[in-house]
Every structure is written in structure tokens, then in C-alpha cells.
Design a protein around this ligand. Structure first.
Ligand code: ADP
Length: 623
């Protein structure tokens, strides 16, 4: 880890254009978490009448069209009796910091500023004074954290990010953190959750370069100690899926990032740390240190977690500049600019975040290399002084084979060896495979994309099917993989079953009924399937990359240690060798295999450890 001095030097280079002074001032004066009404800044901000007619758009990608204010109001998806009839602007306006007593009015930074912005200047004691009474056993001091991200189980989930957004906040509440999760209110969120949401407020917010104004509704849902605030805007969030295409997604997440910050000001809930996730929330640190620098939320520190570097939110500069409404000076090569004409939202967020984390130590190192760096390796090396890796956990209550109602036979460590056979037979029956508990069942639960090493699997699949082995695939994704697996199912009827679908219940059945799970990824930031597999006593066969390397210790037959079978280089032959090693142990040294099953079930894959590490980083940001 670089020294502090080096870190500061780097910060100076990286942040050369950030608006330093205003942020520092704001940091001193802003209220601490959940500060009660004493400081009215946020409220005033929220209630400030609109200064210009609110131009509304009809589609996120359309050219701006000036429309009357009234029309805009009809678009909100949460028809609430006019809590605030008049339009209000919560966003950005730096002049709005003026109501904060003794604060010099803050200007929107028009030119590069000399000193590094948002230095890790400690925030004084008041933060401590504000905390709610807490359990004596909980670690002190209490910290408040706002999670901002684009998906969260069980509301909406397309992959591992959804799991993390669900489980980490819950684990953090046990670490004496006060967590609020801010999400888009997608129309596809199941009605059973939508109907429980409570209207929390609404306002209008300037977004684009020409100041077009947009409705922002806040719907709240409190569940198990975590507060979920959904940002409501029908124009942006009415599609069936969270992600559509970049053309739609870029404006959507520009809006979301800014609206999330504006909502925090509006609710007067100023967290110690804002923890943003992936490119969809990467603009948060940029907005915070520019347009929101003088507002109450400007006192928060930011952490940006990379769940998958492959997705960055890249589009041409004029489009992103227009939609973000951010000043020219951030569209330089150190912040947004990539190549000659593109702007990269993740890159900008990484430049402005106070801390960057990614979901495993190995991946934190890998992404600084050209092979894994997705064209951001140099940028990440430059910011490496603030880059850390913390491996994900899984929600061990959600993934608990002893209470899993989706299984044919729930099981604990005590009866796992017997009950896994029952689940295997049930799986075989359900999927139309030959029913034989003696067969070696290999599972694959995955998005079907290049990242997941599927070309290695398709290359070796014929060699795997030897009469004693069955392969069960569950996933959706690229047509070529979907088609390939369908073809294999047809070719090896009774031995291969391809479930080209997203199905939680099948996933549970496979985790419980399979003997081993394949995860031969080309790259894998952390990976959750291998963790779930181990928790269910299913042995992972993984490539030694990213989080797979950090979480699966290779089996060592001499000392009887390890959790799975691993291979290093991305080669089909090495995957085949790893599977064959697994099969050898399974068929010829069953005691060793069974011991590994129990060892894996014992392994701590919970969030507890990771949550402690995140908490330590929050304290590093806000001592
Ligand atoms: P990624 O986030 O790259 O997709 P992870 O391994 O981090 O991969 O997380 C994948 C998560 O999604 C796991 O919880 C896994 O069980 C789940 N999952 C993936 N594909 C499916 C599917 N087709 N049906 C049900 N669950 C799935």
C-alpha cells in the first residue's frame, strides 16, 4: 500500500480540477447523519421555488423540448395529493448553500481549482453526538451509509450486484451502521413490494445542460432494519427491465445519480459515507464534488465499488455532457474523457470517489493490468492508493440448506451426505435425467456470456459425458451459448439438461442436488455461485481468477485440505483436467470427497467478515 504522502501526491494529480475549498467548508458545516431539523438547509433547498419554467422531456433520449410545467406534473407515476404543489428544485444549485449560516456562498466551480478536492479532512465530533442509541455489544461509533445502486434483491436482480445490495446493508446493520438503500423504482418491481411502499415526498430537479427539470418522487420501504428509498420517475423507469440499451440507460442513470443525491438533501438524511455501486451510480461522486459541493450532502465521503469492470457506461461526450449538466472542466482525460470522443461514467466516478473498492483482492490487482483492466488499467493504477479489495459474502439466511423450502429435502451438516442424494434424485427426475444417485452431477448456474468461460465448457462437454456424468445448465444470455447448450441437451439426452431460463427455484435445486459446480470464468470479480455451492456442500471447480481464487482453496490430497478443484490458465484442457481430478476423488476416494463436502459447508461464507472490513473503510473515510 502506498504511503500517505504518496497517496496525497496522487490525489493532487488526480483531483487537480476539483473544487476544493467549497467542499472543505461544506464538510465542516454540514449536519451529521440524521441531524434533526436544526439545520434547515436541505428543507429550504427542497422548497426553493423553481427558477425557470420546467422543461420536460418525453423520452430520455429525445432532444430537449420546452414544455409547460403543468404537463410535467402529470407525468409523475405516484399521483400524490399535492404535498408540494409548486415545483421545487433540490438539485445542485450551489447558491442554495447560502442558507447555511456563516457559509460563504459557493459558486458552481467554473475553473479548475488548485488544491485537491474533498481531502480526507476529519469531520469533528458532532457526527458522534448525533447517533441514535445503540446496543452495547455493537462496535462503536455508529456510522450512517447510503447505498446507491441500480438493482437489489428481491425487488430487482439481474446478477451478483443485486445480491450484494441486499445482503451487505443487512450485514452492516449488525455492525452498527445505519443504512439507507437508494434504488430506481422500476416498474418491473413486483407489485407485492410496490404496494408496501410509502410516499415520502417529491420535488423537481434540474438535470440537463439546458436546465430541463424532472419529477423526482421518493417511495420508501422499511424492511429488517434497512430503509429502501425508491426514486420514482415513470419516464426513466417504466421499462420492463432495469437495463435496456445504452441509449436509454445513459440518461436514466444520469438522472438516477443526481436524483439520489437530491433526495438525500430533500430528506435531510446526510450520511457519513455514500457507497455507490458500478457505473450506474458512478456519477454520484462526481456530482457530489461539483454541483452538490455546497449542499448538505456534500459533507459525505464517497466509496465506489466495482462489481464488474466490463460495464462502464461509455457514450459520446456531447450526450453525457448534455444529460449530466456537468461543467466542461470534468470532460478531460483525467476524469470523463476516453479516447478522442467518448465519455466514461465509471472512469469519472473512480477519479472523484474518496475510496474505490472491488469485490476481491485478486481482482483489485488484476484490474490494474491490461488483460483485465478493460482499458482502465492505467487509470486504476493511477488511483491505486485508494483502491481496496473486499471479497463478497452471501446471505447465509437466504442460502440455508436446512431451512430452504425450495428443496425436496432440506439438510444440515449432520445429514447432508444422505439428503444431498435425495435432492440429486429429485433434480434428475425434475429435469428428465436418468435417475441414478451414483452419477456425478455437474452444475452450471450462470449468465451465458463470454465472461463465464463457457467456450471452455462447450469445448470439453463431449469428453465429460462418459456414462457416469451428468451436466445441468441453468442460465440465459448470448444466443450462441444458449443454442450450444440446447444442442448438447438434444445430443446427450438423459445426461445433459439445459435450462435456458432464469429460475430461482431451479437454482436452489441445482445447488443442493449437484455434486460439483463449474465456474471456469475468464474473469470473475468475486463470483457468488461458488460461495453458494460451498454452503450447500457442492464442490466448486473454478478457474484461479479474481474472487474465485480468493475463496476456493484448491484441494490438497496429501493433507486433506481445500474446498474445490482449480486450474490457472484459460485453457479447455486444464478445465477438463480439473473436472477429471474431481471425478477421480468422487469415484475412488469417496471419504475424502465427503470430508470436503462437510468442510465446504463449514466454511464461513457469510457477510460478517466483509461487513467488518467495509465498516473499517467507512471509519477510515470518516474517522
Ligand atoms: P454475475 O453477477 O457475474 O452474474 P455471480 O456469480 O456474482 O455472477 O452471481 C450470480 C447470481 O445470480 C447467483 O446468485 C446465481 O445463483 C444467480 N443466477 C445466475 N443465473 C441464474 C439463473 N439462470 N437462474 C437463477 N439464478 C441465477
Amino acid at each position: 500500500m502506498p504511503t500517505k504522502k504518496k497517496a496525497n501526491e496522487k490525489a493532487e494529480i488526480a483531483d487537480i480540477e476539483k473544487p476544493a475549498a467549497p467542499v472543505e467548508k461544506a464538510a465542516k458545516k454540514a449536519p451529521a447523519a440524521k441531524k434533526p431539523a436544526a439545520d434547515k438547509t436541505a428543507v429550504k433547498t427542497a422548497e426553493k421555488p423553481v427558477r425557470k419554467p420546467a422543461a420536460k422531456k418525453t423520452s430520455p433520449v429525445e432532444k430537449p423540448v420546452e414544455e409547460p410545467v403543468k404537463k410535467a406534473a402529470t407525468r409523475k407515476s405516484t399521483p400524490k395529493k399535492a404535498a408540494k404543489k409548486e415545483e421545487t428544485v433540490v438539485s445542485a444549485p450551489v447558491e442554495e448553500s447560502a442558507p447555511v449560516k456563516e457559509t460563504t456562498p459557493v459558486e458552481v466551480p467554473a475553473a479548475p481549482v488548485e488544491a485537491p478536492a474533498a481531502p480526507a479532512e476529519p469531520v469533528e465530533a458532532p457526527v458522534e453526538i448525533e447517533v441514535a442509541p445503540v446496543d452495547g455489544d455493537l462496535p462503536q461509533p455508529r456510522r450512517s451509509v447510503a447505498f446507491i445502486g441500480s438493482e437489489c434483491y428481491p425487488f430487482v436482480k439481474t446478477g451478483g450486484l443485486g445480491d450484494v445490495m441486499y445482503a451487505l446493508p443487512r450485514a452492516l446493520t449488525k455492525q452498527n451502521c445505519d443504512v439507507k438503500v437508494i434504488l430506481p423504482r422500476y416498474k418491473c418491481i413486483p407489485w407485492k413490494y410496490q404496494e408496501k411502499m410509502v410516499y415520502r415526498g417529491e420535488f423537481y430537479m434540474d438535470l440537463c445542460a439546458d436546465g430541463r427539470s424532472f419529477y423526482v418522487g421518493i417511495m420508501e420501504y422499511v424492511w429488517d432494519g434497512v430503509v429502501y428509498d425508491f426514486i420514482d420517475n415513470e419516464e426513466f423507469f417504466s421499462a420492463g427491465n432495469p437495463y435496456i440499451s445504452l441509449v436509454d440507460d445513459i440518461p436514466k442513470y444520469c438522472f438516477f445519480a443526481k436524483a439520489a443525491l437530491a433526495a438525500l438533501n430533500y430528506m435531510n438524511w446526510i450520511p457519513d459515507v455514500i457507497h455507490c455501486h458500478d457505473w450506474q451510480a458512478a456519477l454520484v461522486p462526481v456530482y457530489l464534488r461539483t454541483l452538490f459541493a455546497g449542499t448538505p450532502v456534500g459533507s459525505a465521503k464517497t466509496m465506489l465499488t466495482i462489481h464488474n469492470l466490463r460495464f462502464q457506461g461509455i457514450y459520446n461526450i456531447p450526450t453525457i455532457q448534455y444529460w449530466t449538466g456537468l461543467p466542461d472542466y470534468v470532460f478531460n482525460i483525467d476524469v470523463f474523457k476516453q479516447g478522442y470522443q467518448d465519455a466514461n461514467m465509471l472512469k469519472a466516478g473512480l477519479a472523484y470517489a474518496d475510496m474505490i473498492t472491488t469485490v476481491s483482492n485478486t481482482y483489485a490487482g488484476e484490474i490494474q493490468t491490461p488483460f483485465y483492466g478493460e482499458n482502465l488499467d492505467a487509470h486504476l493504477r493511477h488511483h491505486s492508493y485508494k483502491l481496496r479489495g473486499i471479497v463478497n459474502g452471501i446471505d447465509v439466511e437466504l442460502w440455508d440448506s436446512s431451512k430452504d423450502e425450495l428443496l425436496d429435502a432440506s439438510y444440515s451438516r449432520k445429514d447432508a451426505l444422505e439428503k444431498k442424494k435425495v435432492n440429486k434424485k429429485a433434480l434428475q427426475e425434475r429435469l428428465g435425467l436418468e435417475q441414478d444417485e451414483g452419477k456425478f452431477v455437474l452444475g452450471l448456474i450462470s449468465r451465458l456470456t463470454d465472461q463465464k468461460g463457457l467456450d471452455l465448457i462447450t469445448a470439453i462437454l463431449p469428453a465429460l459425458i462418459d456414462g457416469n456424468t451428468q451436466v445441468v445448465v441453468l442460465g440465459t444470455g448470448d444466443a450462441r451459448y444458449e443454442d450450444a447448450f440446447r444442442w448438447f441437451e438434444n445430443e446427450y439426452k438423459g445426461s445433459v439438461c439445459s435450462n435456458i431460463m432464469y429460475d430461482e427455484s431451479r437454482a436452489h435445486a441445482i445447488y443442493a442436488g449437484a455434486d460439483a459446480l463449474l465456474v471456469p470464468s475468464l474473469f470473475e470479480p468475486c463470483g457468488l455461485t461458488q460461495l453458494i455451492a460451498m454452503r450447500y456442500g457442492t464442490i466448486p471447480v473454478v478457474r484461479e481468477t479474481g474472487g474465485l481464487k480468493d475463496t476456493v482453496q484448491p484441494y490438497n490430497q496429501y493433507v486433506g485440505e481445500g474446498n474445490g478443484f482449480t486450474f490457472d490458465r484459460y485453457e479447455a484442457g486444464l478445465l477438463l483436467d480439473a473436472v477429471n481430478r474431481a471425478k477421480t476423488v468422487y469415484f475412488t476416494e469417496r471419504e475424502s470427497w465427503d470430508a470436503m463436502v462437510l468442510r465446504d459447508m463449514d466454511k464461513d461464507v457469510s457477510w460478517d467478515n466483509s461487513a467488518k472490513q467495509y465498516r473499517a473503510l467507512y471509519l477510515e473515510l470518516k474517522p
